[in-house]
Design a protein around this ligand. Structure first.
Ligand SMILES: Cc1cc2nc3c(=O)[nH]c(=O)nc-3n(C[C@H](O)[C@H](O)[C@H](O)COP(=O)(O)OP(=O)(O)OC[C@H]3O[C@@H](n4cnc5c(N)ncnc54)[C@H](O)[C@@H]3O)c2cc1C
Length: 510
């Protein structure tokens, strides 16, 4: 830790933070209070939040950021895109006169993690005469796909999925007994974990088999648990062992230090197979594979304004012209409710932010994911990506890139407290929006009972679901039944939310 700062330094930091506060800081403050002071009444919660904020501004942040330098100005470009985008303005960059086709077998909207994975699987599986057209209103990986921390996660651990899905099932299936709802929640957790484990293996195998250069390193993900979170950790690990989903385990403080370089006083959670990579390079590799297959066409900077169902086809209206397609896939994640109003309150855009520092804490091990309940950090060689926040924003703000400086400084402070001081130079900070459904369980499949699909609601963990989720959608469109369906409709269909009483729910087993 730095030596204690002077009164004047503290005052400068405090005034700087106060002057920099924007509307989002107040929203994020509410999220923080709801997360950390949830058991208190509103006035107590407010008082605790105020005391916390003052402590941050007067003590914690000034005491930890003295050796950090903030580039002036800090770039808003996500670090993954800072060296350019090989598919920028594709195909108009090389062929300005290119026209969109008038028809396609399938149109995919969105070229992030999900859309790029759809392009790859299409390239692998479609016939030459089945053309997919992929449209993005920006460039490939310009959404959250190119703005994230760069951690390939193995989904959420079983206990977390079970706990979150249980209340939603209770209200969606009031006719079931408590014990049946409980069994169903276990089934949901089990199916989800199985799919995510397969996804992680498929991503690993694909990167190796295809030789994709996306800086892939598998070193796991340490999730720090404070003293008051130890019981929850024990319960979750016990459930992981009981159910056989043992990627999630518990490690001792000594193991935490060996694996991550961090000194902690309590046991931590650990995801063994989590990996780190360059997410934008991953998207571009997948897309290039699709483009080179000759079975799909990618058009950047083409906004879809409306999807119209005309019976035996869909008209995909864009700012350029209209494409007639038999199938449509929405890989638009947090932007989905702007195109399809029925997803209002189902696909919930939620802001998260990250920053990049040149210079990393000396003890911090490279490529290991590290998080606590307040912030996350991953070192990539001598750089660190770190961030925080999960605050719901209005739907019209999907995709906003307006990080909070208060939160960047708060995350620096968390990193210094976890890892010690270092020569940090903060060069970039950015934000993006991820998506949560009401039970934080993904949505994959058709949502009109016909041929329009969605692949989303990935709870801020798109790397856990998007790759085999995309394979599942491609298999359904192309009517390929030889591979196991990783995302069965009774569990993953949007109808769970859109029309629960007519949804075909899974049979209760046992
Ligand atoms: C700071 C941050 C850190 C994160 N860290 C991680 C992490 O470490 N691991 C992890 O698994 N996940 C992480 N995530 C979440 C992860 O990035 C997302 O879950 C994932 O990117 C979602 O992928 P996607 O393809 O569905 O959506 P996106 O990548 O957001 O892609 C959607 C695309 O759709 C396009 N689009 C939307 N509407 C239209 C339209 N009308 N017309 C044309 N195009 C349209 C957008 O331009 C965009 O490119 C993080 C996210 C953020 C913001």
């Amino acid at each position: 830790m730095d030596s204690p700062p002077s009164f004047w330094f503290r005052l400068k930091v405090l005034l700087g933070l106060l002057c920099g506060l924007r509307q989002h800081d107040f929203r994020a403050a509410r999220t923080y209070a709801n997360m950390h002071f949830q058991e208190h009444s509103s006035p107590v919660k407010f008082a605790k939040l105020l005391a916390w904020a003052l402590r941050q501004m007067w003590c914690e942040i000034p005491e930890t950021i003295q050796s950090s330098r903030f580039e002036k100005p800090i770039s808003r470009v996500p670090i993954w895109l800072a060296e350019g985008n090989p598919l920028a303005n594709h195909p108009w960059h090389d062929n300005p006169r290119t026209q969109l086709p008038e028809t396609a077998h399938t149109v995919v909207i969105g070229a992030g993690l999900a859309g790029s994975a759809l392009a790859y699987h299409w390239g692998k599986k479609a016939n030459k005469d089945q053309t997919m057209v992929l449209l993005d209103m920006g460039d490939a990986a310009s959404g959250s796909g190119g703005r994230n921390e760069g951690l390939i996660v193995v989904g959420r651990y079983y206990h977390m999925v079970y706990t979150l899905v249980l209340p939603q099932l209770r209200s969606a299936r009031p006719e079931l007994s408590d014990s049946d709802v409980d069994k169903l929640a276990h089934q949901f957790a089990s199916i989800y974990c199985k799919s995510c484990y397969r996804n992680a293996k498929m991503v690993h195998d694909t990167i190796i088999q295809e030789g994709f250069e996306c800086d892939y390193v598998r070193e796991g993900w340490v999730q720090v648990h404070d003293e008051d979170e130890q019981t929850k950790l024990d319960d979750s690990v016990r459930m992981a062992i009981d159910t056989g989903f043992t990627d999630w385990c518990k490690i001792t403080p000594d193991e935490v230090e060996r694996i991550s370089g961090m000194k902690v006083r309590h046991n931590a959670g650990f995801s063994l197979a989590a990996a780190s990579f360059h997410p934008a390079k991953w998207c571009w590799s997948l897309l290039k594979y699709g483009i080179n297959s000759g079975k799909m066409l990618f058009y950047s900077r083409t906004k879809v304004t409306r999807v119209e169902d005309v019976g035996d086809a869909y008209l995909v209206h864009t700012a350029r012209n209209t494409i007639r397609a038999k199938h449509v896939v929405n890989a638009t994640e947090s932007y989905t409710p702007l195109l399809h109003k029925q997803f209002h309150n189902i696909i919930q855009p939620t802001q998260t932010q990250a920053a990049h520092s040149k210079g990393a804490p000396a003890p911090m091990k490279s490529s290991v994911g590290i998080s606590n309940s307040r912030a996350f950090f991953t070192r990539h060689d001598d750089h660190v990506i770190f961030g925080t926040d999960a605050t719901r924003v209005p739907e019209r703000q999907a995709g906003r890139n307006q990080p909070s400086r208060f939160l960047t400084k708060f995350a620096v402070s968390e990193m210094v407290r976890s890892m010690g001081t270092g020569d940090y130079r903060i060069t970039n900070e950015w934000s993006g929006t991820v998506t949560y459904t009401p039970d934080q369980y993904p949505i994959i499949g058709t949502f009109d009972g016909k041929r329009q699909y969605i692949l989303g609601g990935m709870a801020g963990s798109g790397t856990a679901v998007s790759f085999n989720g995309a394979r599942c959608v491609v298999n359904r469109i192309l009517d390929i039944t030889s591979e196991e369906d990783d995302y069965p409709e009774p569990y993953f269909s949007a109808m769970r939310f859109l029309d629960p009483s007519n949804h075909t729910w899974p049979e209760i087993e046992g």
